[in-house]
Design a binder for this molecule. Sequence first.
Ligand code: CUA
Length: 177
Amino acid sequence: MAISPPSNRLWWKQPLHKVELVWITVAFLWGLVMFFMMIYWHGAGGQNLSSEAYRITPAAYAEKAQAMVDAYTVREEAGYPVVRPPPGSDVYLIARLWQWWPILEFERGQSYRLHLSSLDWQHGFSLQPVNVNIQVHPGYEMIVTVEPDQVGEYGIVCNEFCGILHHQMVGKIYVVE
Ligand code: CUA
């Protein structure tokens, strides 16, 4: 049996119905409203982070992080250095398969420039329970200025699937008085 085309044009081809045109117009206008709201929310809602991004090689980033760890480690925890950098300083957090390194300790009410970069491939920085999310790429460093306002223990989970131990890629930030 040969395959032959259908005798009629079966696909849909009709003029736009008025109701559908109205719907498309409403959806389009709403999309525009939401686009400009993104800009508005950045200032008014404090929802979208202000971050800086720079190019950096994984090797150069690892070197900066190591220098910070060497200078400001205060103790060890489960094989991880706990680092307490001086307020106002540049702080380097490494994302790699499959860890956030090192553990950081901040002072409440102080400001820090938190750098984030990956040494291998893409990870996702997700700070819990405050829900701050940043993509972390190799070759780029993202910098966010953080000023923790509550004492406590914060978890970092990886929210970009990065391989077999993705679910174990967790880190920690302490905020102390
Ligand atoms: Cu790193 Cu998922």
